[in-house]
Design a binder for this molecule. Sequence first.
Ligand SMILES: [Zn+2]
Length: 564
Amino acid sequence: MAKGRFRALLIFVLGALLGTTGCGQAKDYPNRWVYMHGKPLENMDQVALIRKVAKTAAEHGLNGLVLDAFFDRIDMEPPYNYKNLQVIMQICKDNNLEFIPAVFGMGYNAPLLAHDKNLIEGLPVKDALYVVSGKEARLADDPPVEIANGGFEMAEAGAPANFTLNDNSGETVALDKTVAKAGSASLAVAMSKEYEEGEKLATQEVAVHPYRCYLLSCWVKTEGLEGSGDVFPMLVQAPDGRRLQYYIPPVPGTSDWVRAVIGFNSRGNDKVLVSVGTPAGKSGKFWVDELKIEEEGLVNVLRREGTPLVVRGEQSGIAYEEGRDFAPVSDPVMTLLFDHPDPPVTILPGSRIKDGERLRVSFYHNYPIYNGQTPACMSEPKLYEIWRKTARMVHEYVKPNKYFLGTDELREAGSCEACGKRGLNVAQILGDCVTKQEQIIRELNPKAELFIWSDMFDPTHNAPGDYHKGYFYHVDETFENSWNYIPKDLIMVCWNSGKRDKSLEHFQKNGFRTFGSCSGGPEGTRAWLEALDKTKGSTGLMYTTWSENFETLAEFGDIVNRKK
Ligand SMILES: [Zn+2]
């Protein structure tokens, strides 16, 4: 090790004399780590895995282990979990691995939302129609919505009537009069190598009301599909192609009829494109029947200061008072999915609201992107109160000198009132959030080194100015320039293997130190080292797996230590 440090120093001095340290010579890196994600402290099997991984890492020259153990909810852990944390820290100590906690998981946020699901970023529902009948008001059609021939009973020239079929569909998308959930026919799709994941197979334009919540459902039967796919079996897009939902309803690869349900917010659109879409696999068959759309009410209504609920009389214009005219509104089930009934607005005795009155109800709601991405609102003060508390506990239990900040793939931001009122763009809101993250840690340990996933600060990754048509998933803007609003002493953990040179160059140019993250394998590891060697301010490389595949960890360690 002493020899290694001397060599690194020599390279640095030579580099400084030449005016650059990015001379492309092999460097000895101070940070050679392995990343382990999603390890809840209560799971002793995971502790056994950590023990195994730590041993391999140490035997092959690695010196750090990053653990994501849901530290954003560490204050909610039962006492025995703290003992498990001590066990894990001892494992690291025994193997000479620095223990680096992954905290502030901004973008996925499930551990944080364990405190309060209302902290999820909110999408606006504006002026949904509720009609009072007796002691409660219920959602009413405004206007009625319908998918024509959603039962796939009617044919036109042999194809399902009212739907536009994919040009490549040929014989693979057709009405099937031998299989049906209801009526006497369904839409049958034979998967083909011709299809890319997420293609629209059968599409219909449906009139909707802007800024309303809709529930889209169908029945689906499958035979030999290669797992369930990204957009299977329903896809909703705005007329300009923007996807309005990314949630993947669980559908087994082979199954009798199951009901699949998704929800979406129509955003600013008065029509949407509803499609039966392709799953990820290339083989197998599926049938869809009873494709149906309906407006949805207060399911998963968000109740926090930045997501106000407004109930007003359609005729009178009176903004009725919660707790006086109607009972406090909440969704006690709050799964963030569309798997439970919508709560009513309950009229209180002595209310100014009249029986039969038409009400306009505005509120915020949200739903996951893919399976489990539920970003919190970055403008809600409670977020930082929770992080302040959990970070203090991590500091007390772990006393880390290095922290791993989990901000990445932030696909929802800036859409609630709390965000809108700030007069900042989303790049500035994100920059402020990360700056606050750093401050929280600096208050505990002024000298701590902070590493952060780089994608949301990288124009070659998730922060380009021209992403799609100027939006990023559910975010109405892009994160361009986000890198200008964050502290320069953050170390950027780059993982964009396809564009690693450009990515590293971007951060070098903007004065950030860097750190690589790769999934192992000799080719990928060497390519990353080569790129890092050329980069001024690069600090090392991390083995990162999302599928518990640690098979190439030993080889990774040897390559990073230049032994292979
Ligand atoms: Zn917000």
